[in-house]
Design a protein around this ligand. Sequence first.
Ligand code: SF4
Length: 386
Amino acid sequence: MKYIDEFRDGELARALAQRIADEADPGRDYRLMEFCGGHTHAIFRYGVQDLMPANLRFVHGPGCPVCVLPMARIDQAIAMALEHEVTLCTYGDLMRVPASERKSLLKAKADGADIRMIYSTQDALAAARSAPERQVVLFAIGFETTTPPTAVAIKAARAEGLENFSVFCNHVLTPAALGTILASAGGGQDPGQGADRGAGAQGEAGVQLDGILGPSHVSTVIGSRPYEFVPSTFGKPVVIAGFEPLDVMQSALMLIRQINEGRREVENQYRRAVTRDGNRKAQALMAEVFAPRETFEWRGLGFLPNSALRIADAYADLDAEQRFPVTPRTSREIKGCECPSVLRGVMEPTDCKLFGTVCTPENPMGACMVSSEGACAAYWSYGRFR
Ligand code: SF4
């Protein structure tokens, strides 16, 4: 299949691995963070780490939308469904993420809440159209990739005069999280200075990072320009990387070359989909329908300023947080779950005492084991128990 098979070619992979081994300086380490969970899965699924020299390690980042959603927001969604008796529509991955008091959306559904799994925002709109007597809330999550479809749904609801549809908005912004991780890694000035890093992060040293593999899907929307603060503020190179194994390997080689040559730039390996300016139409749509939140909680990173979106005032009547207010909740983690440290790249999943014993995909203790993009799920699925 065009654009797939050619990026999974074994011979090319072996040649690239040899090139990486030839060019990597044996006198130093290369710790490269892949921000996105899609890259984490490509690395494990195709054994990319095994093809790398011993002094190159991939560090897993927080780029899994389900994993970074704090428990408090799931608690809030459950409260909305139960207290206001709304129909709550959300994506499958989120259903089993543990919430407070041993609950989850799935368990709340078993307790009688009307919570439905959807595949797209259009399913939520369809649910609202088919039951005008029910209030339908779209529990919207995700990075900049999934934000435009939520904006489309909000605009469609407004255009149709769909009065029983609203959105519980939890969309988050990639650059803010990247800046926080780099600041905790000890480089440059934090663009999110003043952030409350949350209990899990307090007093904990960040991980050493030498370069960043930038997200691919997110970057199709925002472009490569928003990462330019990474070299200028933190002195680290970035390569926007595609999701296939050869994309990841070529991006690692590009990072090695930047590091070896002392260059610190944003380079774009994923040129077949990403430009410097991104998708301006999608950006305009997001700017019309959403506004930045002053602060938002991320699992593992704490409260970060300007790191998430709320529904803009012009569409406030479609904001479920205003239509169905519930008491704000406080997040906490399941005892022993190391998701916050895993999400910051400080720990590997196998460092968690619960990994593979108490916590498995069948019985997840934390979001990183639930989501198909979570690092713990990747380690488990591909048997990487070093
Ligand atoms: Fe949390 Fe389970 Fe991962 Fe441990 S293995 S960090 S309990 S999700």
